[in-house]
Design a protein around this ligand. Structure first.
Ligand code: HEC
Ligand code: HEC
Ligand code: HEC
Length: 129
């Protein structure tokens, strides 16, 4: 049998580690999220919470629609407005890839290969120099 005392101590240490970002947040007064470039426009393609979690699925749907089905327009399920089903559509409002997409992906440890082929604002700027 484990001693109850040690089990409780282990649980307390575990909780302290798991919740440390929250404590860090409270202690420093700084949010731990990376500072992302502000978008233009009134809202995203779908509502923000959904976009945060599912933007990759939206982009992959857009790719299938566009490339396989030849459907180049997408109607927002949330707002009813119409978008080009293109990865470049994102950059009409998110004017920076490096300070928005990449910053968050780096922070979250997500690896994105799309921009080995697709263009983005900073690359266009680089070409036009
Ligand atoms: C190896 C190169 C390559 C990579 C990597 C790549 N794509 Fe593409 N993608 C293409 C090509 C080529 C087309 C077709 C362009 C056309 O027909 O106009 C395309 C078309 C698309 C389209 C529809 C047209 C457009 O302009 O956006 C979407 C959306 C898209 N890709 C999303 C993605 C996403 C998301 C990723 C990353 C998960 C990705 N692609 C990775 C080459 C690539
Ligand atoms: C019409 C302008 C517009 C377009 C087009 C657009 N967005 Fe957005 N996006 C916004 C706005 C505005 C917000 C912030 C909304 C808020 O603060 O509630 C946002 C928020 C987001 C967020 C959440 C950011 C955060 O701080 O957590 C993600 C992720 C995102 N967009 C991804 C995308 C992707 C991927 C595309 C292309 C498929 C795209 N957006 C196209 C305007 C746009
Ligand atoms: C608020 C943070 C955040 C922002 C901003 C953000 N992403 Fe992401 N993105 C993520 C996370 C986290 C994942 C990984 C999810 C996973 O692994 O399941 C991801 C995954 C993706 C994927 C899937 C990659 C793959 O190969 O499966 C694509 C495509 C993508 N993001 C495109 C974009 C584009 C384009 C933008 C900018 C317009 C953007 N994201 C902005 C957090 C973000």
């Amino acid at each position: 049998m484990y001693s109850t005392k040690y089990v409780i101590a282990a649980i307390i240490i575990f909780l302290a580690i798991v919740t440390s970002p929250v404590w860090y947040d409270m202690a420093s007064g700084e949010p731990i999220h990376p500072k992302l470039a502000k978008p233009t426009g009134a809202h995203c393609v779908e509502n923000t919470e959904w976009m945060k979690a599912h933007h990759m699925l939206l982009l992959k749907d857009w790719r299938t629609m566009h490339v396989r089905e030849g459907k180049v327009l997408y109607t927002s399920q949330t707002y009813g407005d119409v978008y080009n089903a293109s990865i470049e559509e994102c950059f009409k409002c998110h004017r920076s890839e490096t300070n928005f997409c990449e910053k968050c992906h780096d922070y979250m440890g997500a690896k994105i290969e799309c921009f080995e082929c697709h263009t983005y604002p900073e690359l266009v700027e680089e070409y036009n120099k």
